[in-house]
Design a protein around this ligand. Structure first.
Ligand SMILES: [Zn+2]
Ligand SMILES: [Zn+2]
Length: 350
């Protein structure tokens, strides 16, 4: 397979257009300084950043404006909308259907939120209750700040996380998240993304930059969703946004704990043993047959091939090749020192 273009995205961010502390331009500045190429902004119930002309390129950083649909129940990260989705009176399933009907993509936000471990008065549970909803595009499997802060059992632990946000990264996705995702993936493609839910609060502006424990400069380099594109991002912002959206919807993307080690260049695909056949890319689906699953990583790690939710092979290497002839949903996990580093979307052989 020819090498795709691997684009580092940060997903699920709030700006001053809702309850975030940083402006869109400040967010783009943090992205540039942390090696991020695409920012998927998701302010609560507003696309105001776009109407203000703030969607587009900031140097080499592309800002794409989505909406976090924010009812009192589960939230939905919606991308590719022309106008805001109004959720008044709708339950989660109806919201997901409305986003899909508007031509948008809907990813269940902080899907496994269970509320603060300190007290549900600090933060109530606001996971997504309907992950089997057919109109859902996918889900935020790992929501760095929400999942991290919710699992701090004391204010002292929360303070330690603010001091060192990489602690949230080392916690990994919430317990049960991967197993639930595997179970859902058995019947349909449900691409996963890794988000930040970044608000940069508390933060203060010092000489034009946000400073604070969870400021963009300290967080954007931790957890990214990296999308795989057939061509470099085009300079036309609308075309570029569409390419990113299509890759996310197709699962041509992987979750990268970039703060553990640089992750760019991961490949995972199924190569047909018949030389006439075509390869199945990450996120893709094809009839079962004789394939070799191939994984390539930028450095050695503990690689585990997961088939239908169960580990089938683990190696310590920077590559893995595994022949299969049966149907299955196959994904790759890479760990460094036991910490989740790379989580790819699956290849579905049905
Ligand atoms: Zn939310
Ligand atoms: Zn949010």
């Amino acid at each position: 397979m020819s090498r795709p273009h691997d684009v580092a995205c940060v997903v699920h961010l709030h700006s001053t257009y809702s309850d975030g502390t940083a402006t869109v331009a400040e967010i783009a500045g943090s992205a540039a300084r942390t090696g991020v190429e695409v920012v998927l902004l998701t302010d609560h119930d507003t696309l105001a950043a776009r109407r203000a002309g703030e969607e587009g390129w900031y140097g080499d950083v592309l800002v794409v404006v989505g909406q976090e649909v924010t009812p009192s129940g589960g939230h939905l990260l919606a991308f590719g909308l022309d106008e805001e989705v109004i959720h008044a009176g709708l339950d989660e399933r109806a919201i997901a259907r409305r986003v899909a009907a508007a031509g948008g993509l809907g990813f269940a936000a902080h899907a496994f939120s269970a509320g603060s471990s300190i007290s549900l008065r600090v933060a109530r549970a606001h996971g997504w209750p309907a992950l089997d909803e057919p109109s859902l595009t996918g889900m935020e499997l790992w929501s760095l700040e929400t999942d991290g802060l919710e699992r701090c059992a004391s204010l002292r632990e929360a303070a330690r996380m603010l001091w060192d946000p990489a602690r949230a990264l080392r916690m990994g996705p919430r317990e049960g998240a991967l197993a639930t995702w595997d179970r859902l993936s058995a019947t349909r493609r449900l691409p996963a993304i890794g988000g930040l839910d970044a608000h940069q609060k508390p933060g203060v502006r010092v000489r034009g930059r946000m400073r604070g424990p969870l400021a963009g400069d300290r967080v954007f380099g931790l957890l990214q969703t990296r999308v795989l594109l057939d061509a470099p991002l085009p300079r036309d912002a609308a075309t570029a946004a569409t390419a990113v959206h299509e890759a996310l919807a197709a699962g041509r993307a992987y979750i990268a704990a970039e703060g553990l080690a640089p992750a760019g260049g991961v490949a995972f695909w199924a190569e047909p043993q018949d030389p006439e056949g075509s390869a199945v890319p990450m996120g893709g689906e094809a009839p079962a047959g004789a394939y070799t699953l191939r994984a390539r990583l930028p450095r050695a790690a503990e690689l585990t091939l997961v088939a239908d939710g169960a580990p089938v092979r683990t190696v310590h290497a920077d590559a893995l090749d595994h022949a299969v002839s049966e149907a299955g949903v196959f994904r790759l996990e890479a760990r460094l020192d036991g910490y989740a580093w790379i989580l790819t979307n699956p290849v579905h052989l049905r």
